[in-house]
Design a protein around this ligand. Structure first.
Ligand code: URA
Length: 274
């Protein structure tokens, strides 16, 4: 249990989560990738056993946001492999969200896969299990990816994806991460892209899209537009913003646009692989 949370509060939060109370509206149409038959994720997935113990020594918390950013830049830049980067993120003390979370949620799927999916921040299930996108929106995301033959656990005929987030610790009460929290973690997200060398980055929702492309309009206008992110070592990485699956759970009618965007993703990926 996270420090400071009573058993009762924990049980109520779990009940709300399982009852889908985080979802503002019930699903009203069949549409694509319907979720009505889903079991709550918490029945299927085990909880995290322990937070990864980083071999990199944790530094003391930085005195200011500017120091936190400088620490993140230094730590991200020093990592020469994705594994080192994951250790550096776990050891990072500059994001205040760390104190309210059970542990870091860094990635799931195949490190270095051709497709990298970047989300916003872990939610309750992700915090509990220690992997991104394992709650209801993650289950929808898995179905969406499977529709274009991609998977975090690929089988014959499927391409591999890696899933990560713009922020690595759960924001309290499932709020969106603040601009400052996203900015502090941004050097890690950018280095994650750089070291992954993906053929395609899928940005789910405003948070990762505007973190990477600060002048981007809102996701409703920007979704489905293929763009290029240039890494600090000069790689030109194709990126595509998509609606966040949590938004699609609230507004299933929008799945038709999401389907169109997935077809764009598939075509773009085929092009970059050929
Ligand atoms: N939403 C996200 O953006 N990321 C997660 O890991 C889970 C839900």
């Amino acid at each position: 249990m996270a420090a400071g949370r009573s058993d009762e509060a924990e049980a109520i939060l779990r009940f709300y989560e399982e009852a889908g109370v985080t979802t503002a509206e019930a699903e009203t149409s069949g549409g694509l990738w319907t979720m009505k038959d889903e079991e709550p994720a918490s029945k299927k997935a085990p909880s995290r056993t322990a937070a990864p113990s980083p071999p990199i020594a944790s530094k003391a918390a930085p005195a200011s946001a500017a120091d936190g950013l400088a620490d993140a830049e230094q730590a991200a830049g020093s990592a020469q492999t994705l594994e080192e980067l994951c250790q550096a993120i776990a050891a990072f003390e500059g994001c205040s969200l760390k104190h309210g979370a059970r542990g870091p949620v860094i990635y799931d799927g195949i490190l270095g896969a051709d497709v990298l999916v970047l989300g916003e921040a872990p939610g309750a299930e992700e915090d509990r299990i220690g992997k991104p996108y394992v709650g209801r929106s993650g289950q929808l995301l898995d179905r969406m990816l499977a529709a274009i033959d991609l998977s975090r656990a690929p089988k014959e005929g499927q391409g591999a994806v890696c899933l990560s987030n713009a922020v690595y610790w759960r924001p309290p009460s499932n709020r969106n991460p603040s601009k400052a929290e996203v900015a502090t973690c941004l050097p890690f997200m950018k280095r994650f892209i750089e070291l992954s060398r993906p053929k395609l980055v899928l940005l789910t929702g405003n948070v990762p899209n505007q973190a990477l492309f600060p002048d981007a309009p809102g996701i409703t206008r920007d979704r489905g537009k293929v763009k290029v992110h240039e890494t600090s070592d000069g790689q030109k990485i194709t990126a595509l913003p998509l609606f966040h699956p949590a938004f699609l759970l609230r507004q299933p009618i929008q799945k038709r646009w999401a389907w169109r965007d997935l077809l764009t993703a598939k075509a773009t990926l085929n092009e970059t692989l050929s």
